[in-house]
Design a protein around this ligand. Structure first.
Ligand code: BGC
Length: 514
């Protein structure tokens, strides 16, 4: 992680206290939750492109890829619902699990959900590694998905509650950083295991998912829970103790007071699921649903899941396709660092807008290049120069995503909800994200087959829409203490009408000081 990110910046409400070593370690360990998610995102595409795996589990796809007759278009080679189910079933399970995780996280704490997630995940990776039929593969993927659901629901919350306000963005992006490292690790593992001549490389690829799961499970056992969660569960003394410890000072009264106010308001809310529908939470709910949906409609997972397949389609060889995935994976990690150092400095909006525009341009250009080479028949071939051009454009696109919608797609929804509905809100965030991840994973290869190069225009158009949405409707949340976020919506020209005065926590002492 970039150390520079932790320098103090901006006019945040600073409660005092520092970023302690303790808080850093906790956040780094919690971020391994992102590793397991990333590893899954990155592993299936490469495995899918491996011949021994294809011929064992999906022989019909294997024959199609290898005996492409003249009338078989390049766009449709990999089109198989069962094959995509292998990739996408995980996200469906994650969706369901995130709702179970929401109550676990609220009633038993953030770290409990992390441990549960890690253990289920571990079983999934073992089953996948020893699978001998498609059913075992898919059941394994479902278990992995349940693990991811628990982790993705609890880890972002954990991080945003541990971090001091002025560094919340940077520390929370630790989660995204871990996702990208997980993806890159998967790309590298695939590149290596593909070289195993005996053809069992895919087993190693799939089973290695157990490693990050083990780290997270063990990590969660030793981490402290967040002060917010301890307080919410009635462990007030402990909450104070942990707050002092993570801030490295005894002078935490003001932050504690805000936390108490937020928790007391939260305690009055018995039914977060019903409450989240109240009018005063409408702005958060709308943004909290649209952001994860838009994040997936950037089309990023077309690249993350299917980069090797895509590169194979445009004519890269086996090895080169897996290498291309390693390249995009590396760009993804490197560009995430950019967001860590800039998110609390330039703010969320600036990154969203710049990244959005950069992605849209790349998507349209890639669409045009593919259209010129393959046309709508899908018959034709890419010259080396054009194939490289596509790779470069995809790298620029991935970089843009990695410093905008990637991290912010998780950060912003996790920091906009008031405490009383935060776990429910986060579950919605994960569920919507997983739902659209599932949809894209499931239909992409079919969409490629039918929409052809138009697919890139499709995602590009969504990019235009979401960038406009951010410009008009997303208030800046940089440097705002998480307990005071309602006030930001209150001041927004559109959302303000939804927020009654008394919903703004801390508004009294603001009035007094005004
Ligand atoms: C997204 C994933 C995506 C990853 C790429 C995450 O924020 O949720 O769907 O694959 O970024 O780095």
């Amino acid at each position: 992680m970039a150390g520079g990110a932790f320098a103090s910046q901006g006019p945040a409400k600073n409660y005092g206290g520092n970023v302690t070593f303790f808080v850093l370690i906790s956040c780094i360990v919690a971020s391994t939750g992102g590793l397991i998610f990333g590893y899954d995102l990155g592993i299936s595409g490469g495995v899918t492109a491996m011949d021994p795996f294809l011929s064992k589990f999906f022989p019909s796809v294997y024959h199609k890829v290898h005996n492409a007759s003249a009338h078989e278009t390049a766009y449709c080679k990999f089109d198989s619902q069962l094959l995509t189910l292998f990739t996408s079933s995980l996200y469906l399970a994650a969706l369901v699990a995130s709702f179970l995780a929401s109550s676990t996280t609220r009633l038993f704490g953030r770290k409990m959900s992390m441990s549960i997630g890690g253990i289920i995940f571990l079983f999934g990776s073992i089953l996948n590694g020893i699978a001998n039929n498609v059913a075992a593969l898919i059941i394994g993927r479902l278990l992995l998905g349940a693990g991811v659901g628990f982790a993705n629901q609890s880890v972002p919350l954990y991080l945003s509650e541990m971090a001091p306000a002025h560094l919340r963005g940077a520390l929370s992006i630790g989660f995204q950083m871990a996702i990208t490292i997980g993806i890159l690790a998967a790309n590298l593992v695939n590149y290596g295991t593909n070289k195993i001549d005996e053809g069992y490389g895919w087993r190693i690829s799939l089973a290695l998912a157990g490693v990050p799961a083990l780290i997270m499970t063990l990590g969660a056992l030793v981490l402290p829970d967040t002060p917010n969660s301890l307080f919410e569960r009635g462990k007030k003394d402990n909450a104070m103790k942990i707050l002092k410890k993570i801030r490295g000072t005894d002078n935490v009264d003001e932050e504690y007071q805000d936390l108490v106010e937020a928790s007391e308001a939260a305690a009055k809310v018995q039914h977060p699921w019903k409450n989240i529908l109240q009018r005063k939470y409408r702005p958060q709910l709308v943004i909290g649903i649209l952001i994860p949906m838009f994040q997936q409609l950037t089309g990023i997972n077309v690249i993350m899941f299917y980069a090797p397949v895509l590169f194979k389609t445009i004519g890269f060889g086996d090895d080169a396709s897996l290498m291309a995935a390693v390249i995009t994976g590396s760009v993804n990690v490197a560009a995430t660092v950019v967001s860590i150092v800039s998110v609390d400095r330039f703010g969320r909006r600036a990154l969203f807008l710049e990244g959005g525009i950069q992605m849209v341009i790349c998507e349209f250009v890639v669409g045009i290049v593919i259209a010129l080479q393959f046309g709508s028949t899908g018959v034709g071939s890419f010259s080396k120069g054009y194939a490289d051009l596509v790779l470069i454009l995809i790298c620029i696109y991935v970089a843009a995503f990695a410093w905008s919608w990637g991290p912010l797609g998780w950060l912003v929804p996790s920091e906009i909800y008031p405490l009383e509905i935060r776990s429910a809100g986060q579950a919605i965030n994960v569920a919507v994200n997983m739902f659209f991840t599932f949809v894209i994973g499931q239909v992409f290869l079919t969409m490629l087959c039918h929409m052809k190069f138009g697919l890139f225009f499709f995602f590009g158009s969504w990019g235009v829409l979401m960038t406009i949405f951010i410009y008009i409707f997303l208030p800046e949340t940089r440097n705002i203490p998480i307990e005071e976020i309602s006030g930001v919506f209150k001041k927004h020209w559109f959302w303000g009408r939804y927020i009654p005065d008394d919903a703004v926590i801390g508004h009294q002492h603001h009035n007094q000081s005004a």
